[in-house]
Design a protein around this ligand. Structure first.
Ligand SMILES: [Zn+2]
Length: 478
């Protein structure tokens, strides 16, 4: 939680001081003093970057120390309570929570005190932002989509040549919840009971799994947030036997788990030039396909279509997948539908649900509207719509990167190798990369987007986003 505020300090300095100083470095040389103007600005930039690193690092160390105290108290409580109730998964989670917080603090200390190579990470961040601004300016100048007036408006809105570089968008973050008393129209039994008792294994929603009391595989567990009369499996049994005996809601994840994910979306989004304001919404889920999304088609193809199908229905009411793209390749394109779906590029959405049908080895899935080239020569997208789903998973410090990973796909990013990268997927790429150990031990201690990925995101944005949206700076970032 504290990380966000430390990062905000750094972001403010980067946007309002570093980017101004960089403008000055790019100015023309004054030859009479051997480019003293540029050298002076460059020196100021170095000093600002070092100072920014010192301030944010001290802030992070204090924050991590605080987080460790909190983790020892809450994790310690989980361990003790788990031992007394023979709940070994709770003991394990308690240990993992303390271990994660301990690792965070030790990592910070190693990166600053033992070998101060965290400073490299600070310079890398500032240089990459600098290079990205130049790259985007060049893309805008070369794109044939824009008039001269458009170019000026877009550059002003993005903060190119000014301050606060980034595309300002509002991300809608939905968190699903279910209620014990919801009865679908025309039915007499609550939906949760009906779903739980369904004999079809592909349609059944096991309420104990939904509530986090049971799981298929230990490492695929999640920790939903139950509010109300239920605190154990036997409470669920009681409810299933007599639905009016219990009153409760189950949220897909706790407030703190959600905010942690949102903060990481904002922090990492900024590194690729996205300034995301977030609109947090809780949505009551009344369909089992929302609670347990189907992302495994019989033919194993175009699972992204399922993401779009979920988001096209109430309460999200987004556009269905557009014909002529991957989900309906044989049908002709309807230009009006394509434009409606294109406008949604500027309204990114992410939906936190409970589970994925028959395959909780996934923690998220997304759809990318247009095709974008991958760094490794492949391509992603062409799904005919934009959107992302994810579910909560444990441990938190690993799974917290899932929503920003899925959002990365919706901005045209592909999978890469290495757990030091946000876009890694060990299912189809290697977990290992040569930068893995330096990144965690030295540069930042977190997975990153690379500069090349930031460029790919902007290739996608400049090629596809509506001009109105690129030229709009009205979003208030919170
Ligand atoms: Zn992925």
């Amino acid at each position: 939680m504290t990380q966000k505020y430390c990062h905000q300090i750094g972001e403010w300095v980067e946007d309002n001081v570093s980017q101004q100083v960089q403008q000055c470095v790019k100015k023309k040389c004054k030859w009479w003093c051997a480019c003293c103007n540029k050298w002076f600005c460059f020196l100021v930039w170095v000093v600002v970057t070092v100072l920014k690193w010192v301030v944010t690092t001290v802030c992070e160390i204090l924050g991590d120390a605080y987080d460790l105290v909190v983790a020892v108290i809450t994790g310690g409580w989980d361990i003790i309570a788990g031992i007394f109730t023979w709940d070994w998964s709770r003991v394990f989670d308690g240990f993992m929570e303390i271990l994660g917080a301990f690792g965070g603090l030790v990592g910070d200390l190693i990166r600053t005190v033992v070998f101060p190579c965290g400073l490299y990470g600070a310079f890398r961040g500032s240089v990459n932002k600098w290079r990205l601004i130049g790259y985007v300016e060049d893309l805008i100048d070369k794109s044939r989509r824009f008039t001269e007036a458009d170019r000026a408006d877009i550059k002003a809105a993005l903060g190119i040549g000014g301050s606060g570089f980034g595309l300002r968008l509002t991300l809608t973050s939905y968190r699903g919840f279910v209620r014990s008393d919801y009865i679908a129209p025309g039915e007499t039994v609550p939906a949760l009971v009906q779903w739980n008792n369904d004999p079809d294994p592909n349609r059944r929603v096991d309420l104990k799994k939904l509530a986090g009391f049971k799981w298929d595989k230990f490492l695929q567990r999640s920790s939903p947030d139950i509010r109300g009369d239920v605190s154990s499996e036997s409470d669920i049994d009681e409810y299933l036997g007599n639905p009016s005996s219990k009153s409760f809601s189950i949220y897909a994840m706790s407030d703190s788990a959600l905010l942690d994910r949102i903060h990481n979306i904002q922090i990492k989004g900024d590194t690729i030039g996205l300034k995301l304001a977030v609109d947090l919404q809780d949505v009551h889920l009344t369909e089992r396909t929302q609670v347990q999304a189907n992302i495994t088609d019989p033919d194993g193809q175009h699972n992204s279509c399922a993401v779009l199908d979920v988001l096209a229905r109430s309460p999200f009411n987004r556009e269905p997948s557009v014909s002529g793209f991957g989900c309906h390749p044989a049908d002709p394109q309807d230009p009006a539908a394509v434009e409606r779906a294109r406008n949604l590029l500027c309204k990114p959405v992410i939906f936190g649900t409970f589970r994925f049908v028959a395959n909780d080895s996934y923690t998220g899935y997304s759809a990318c509207m247009f095709t974008n080239a991958c760094l490794d020569g492949g391509s992603i997208g062409n799904d005919g719509g934009t959107g992302a789903l994810y579910r909560h998973g444990l441990p938190n410090w690993v799974r917290t990167w899932v929503p920003i990973h899925e959002l990365g796909h919706t901005f045209g990013l592909c999978h890469v190798d290495g757990l030091d990268r946000i876009m890694v997927n060990p299912k189809d790429h290697s977990w290992w990369s040569g930068w893995l150990i330096p990144e965690y031990l030295c540069f930042s201690g977190e997975p990153q987007f690379s500069h090349d990925e930031a460029r790919k995101v902007w290739d996608y944005i400049i090629a596809n986003f509506p001009i109105d949206c690129l030229a709009n700076r009205d979003v208030v970032v919170t």
